[in-house]
Design a protein around this ligand. Structure first.
Ligand code: SF4
Ligand code: SF4
Length: 162
C-alpha cells in the first residue's frame, strides 16, 4: 500500500469518534440520499485509483467463502470441494469459511488475483461502498476504514458534509 493510502487510513483512525458521530447524524437522512453520498465518491475514487496499487484487503483480511463460492472455485481449480476446504480454509467463530492464511493464497505478487474470474462474491463486492442501503452497513463501513483507503477517503469526505 502506498504512503498516501496509509496516511488517509491513519487519519480516519485517529478521527473515529467524529466518524461515529457523523454516521449517527446521517441516519436522519433518507437511505437514497446516503447512498448517493457514498456512490458518487466511490465512482470518483476508483476512476482515479487502482486496487492493483493496494491489495490491502487481500493482504490483511479474508472474504467469507459461501458454499456456492467453494463449489465454483474448487471446480475451476479441478479440486474436490473437501480438498479445497482442507487445503485453504478454516471455519471462523461465526461458522463461516474463511482463509486459513493471510495474505490470501490466491494473491499474486503483482497484486492480481489468480482466481479473479471466479473469486468469492465477498471479494467482488468489497469494499461495499457502492451497495444499496449503505445506512444498513455503517458498522461494517467503519471497520473497513481501517483496511481500505477507498473507504477511508470516501468517509473522510462525507463527514465534512453532514
Ligand atoms: S478494495 Fe480497498 S483495500 Fe482492497 S485493494 Fe481496493 S482500495 Fe485496496
Ligand atoms: S480471492 Fe482474490 S480477490 Fe479475494 S482475497 Fe484472495 S486474492 Fe483477493
Amino acid at each position: 500500500m502506498n504512503q498516501e493510502y496509509k496516511v488517509i487510513i491513519e487519519k480516519v483512525k485517529a478521527d473515529k469518534d467524529s466518524v461515529k458521530k457523523a454516521f449517527v447524524k446521517m441516519k436522519k437522512k433518507k437511505p437514497k440520499e446516503i447512498d448517493q453520498l457514498f456512490h458518487s465518491r466511490h465512482e470518483t475514487f476508483f476512476q482515479k485509483n487502482s486496487c492493483l496499487d493496494c491489495a490491502n484487503c487481500c493482504k490483511t483480511t479474508s472474504p467469507i467463502f459461501r458454499d456456492v463460492d467453494i463449489k465454483r472455485i474448487s471446480k475451476q481449480l479441478k479440486m474436490k470441494e473437501s480438498q479445497f476446504i482442507n487445503q485453504f480454509l478454516r471455519m471462523d467463530e461465526e461458522n463461516d469459511y474463511v482463509l486459513m492464511s493471510s495474505p490470501c493464497t490466491f494473491l499474486n505478487n503483482d497484486n492480481t488475483c489468480s482466481i479473479y474470474q471466479f473469486r468469492p462474491l465477498a471479494c467482488a463486492e468489497y469494499p461495499h461502498t457502492n451497495r444499496k442501503n449503505m445506512n444498513q452497513i455503517f458498522d461494517l463501513t467503519l471497520n473497513n476504514t481501517e483496511i481500505c483507503p477507498a473507504v477511508a477517503t470516501i468517509v473522510s469526505e462525507i463527514i465534512l458534509e453532514v
